[in-house]
Ligand binder design. Structure first.
Ligand SMILES: NC(=O)c1ccc[n+]([C@@H]2O[C@H](COP(=O)([O-])OP(=O)(O)OC[C@H]3O[C@@H](n4cnc5c(N)ncnc54)[C@H](OP(=O)(O)O)[C@@H]3O)[C@@H](O)[C@H]2O)c1
Length: 313
């Protein structure tokens, strides 16, 4: 018997990029049911739909991944939407989960919640030491409010919720729509397309001097499953690899892996976002034994292959 045997699980956002990989892992786990509310049937910004979902699925555990998300461009265009939808969905889902007596609630945060100039590597205890990078602050702060809710509900009601903070994700089934994509799928699309079309120059956003940390989506899904099984505290935990990479270096690797031979230019009128991002991963290792296993270039290779297959080989 595993932790999951006989359990009824709701995965909000379970049809999305990360959600689809979490659901794939859960399918191996002997759960009694895994329910995925689609937004067209259950718009989770509306409390009535949350109640209907909990009454229909009667979950023992909720993994809350549904969100309005996107890269820097999308954060610049939709700060109000990202703030409102992420705050209202999460707050109502957790409150209703408490009222319905749900045993465990998992929230997925973001490194956009960290202060803009937090020291590297980001430690969980530094989360409240300053204001986040302006461009992603509405998204990051909306999600951070769930940590406050989680801690307050643990204290007042003994409610069991856990809060995980993954770094940027990448991998198969990512969002490659240039209007809303994150940096890796945006670059993969640009360089694969440029290589095919024989484009002589690819223009990238910002200065290339900012750094980021990336985790392969399947590793993140594994971390979520492990944490749900083994971790029971509202103290947030980083999920990452601990490896920082400059955007310039990332671009060089993706250009090489896609076989692109042209030149690379930088549009410095576009924002870099937070100057540096890299997390301390020791808490995830100590509290629930998670260590990310996928090598970066292997994960990138899988992502490029998936994108090429999706556009016809
Ligand atoms: N991608 C990253 O790099 C990254 C990094 C750190 C944390 N995260 C977090 O990880 C989670 C998953 O992100 P993702 O990249 O997998 O996003 P995604 O592919 O866009 O998936 C999000 C899902 O949320 C659902 N959703 C959105 N609005 C909804 C609403 N009003 N009602 C019900 N469902 C709604 C959508 O369901 P439908 O398909 O049914 O519309 C969608 O499938 C998010 O919480 C995000 O903040 C992501």
């Amino acid at each position: 018997m595993s932790f999951w045997t006989g359990k009824k699980v709701v995965v909000t956002g379970g049809a999305g990029f990360l959600g689809s990989h979490v659901v794939e892992e859960l399918k191996e786990k002997n759960c009694k049911s895994v329910f995925i509310p689609r937004s067209k049937d259950y718009d989770l910004t509306d409390e009535r739909n949350i109640k209907a979902m909990y009454e229909n699925a009667e979950p023992d555990i909720v993994i809350h991944l549904a969100a309005a998300v996107g890269g820097i461009g999308a954060n610049e265009r939709y700060p109000g939407t990202f703030f409102y939808k992420n705050a209202i969905m999460g707050i109502q889902l957790m409150e209703m989960a408490r009222q319905y007596g749900i045993k465990k609630f998992v929230t997925i945060g973001t490194t956009c919640s960290y202060p803009k100039d937090a020291s590297i590597p980001f430690k969980e205890e530094d989360l409240w030491k300053g204001y986040p990078a302006e461009v992603t602050a509405p998204y990051g702060l909306a999600k951070k409010m769930l940590f406050v809710q989680s801690q307050a509900y643990e204290k007042e009601f003994g409610f069991n919720s856990i809060n995980l903070i993954p770094v940027n994700l990448y991998g198969p089934r990512d969002n490659f729509n240039p209007d809303t994509s994150h940096v890796i799928p945006a670059l993969v699309k640009r360089f694969v397309d440029a290589e095919r079309e024989g484009t002589k120059e690819v223009v990238c956003w910002g200065t290339g001097e900012a750094s980021r940390e990336f985790i392969y989506v399947k590793d993140c899904a594994e971390a979520i499953i492990l944490a749900a099984e083994r971790y029971n505290s509202s103290e947030p935990v980083n999920i990452g690899t601990g490896k920082e990479i400059k955007i310039k270096e990332l671009v060089r690797i993706i250009a090489a892996l896609t076989g692109y031979k042209g030149s690379i230019a930088w549009d410095t009128s576009k924002p870099d976002g937070q100057p540096r991002r890299c997390v301390d991963t020791s808490k995830a290792r100590e509290r629930f034994g998670f260590v990310a296993g996928t090598e970066f270039e292997e994960g990138l290779g899988n992502t490029i292959k998936w994108y090429k297959d999706s556009i016809g080989g």
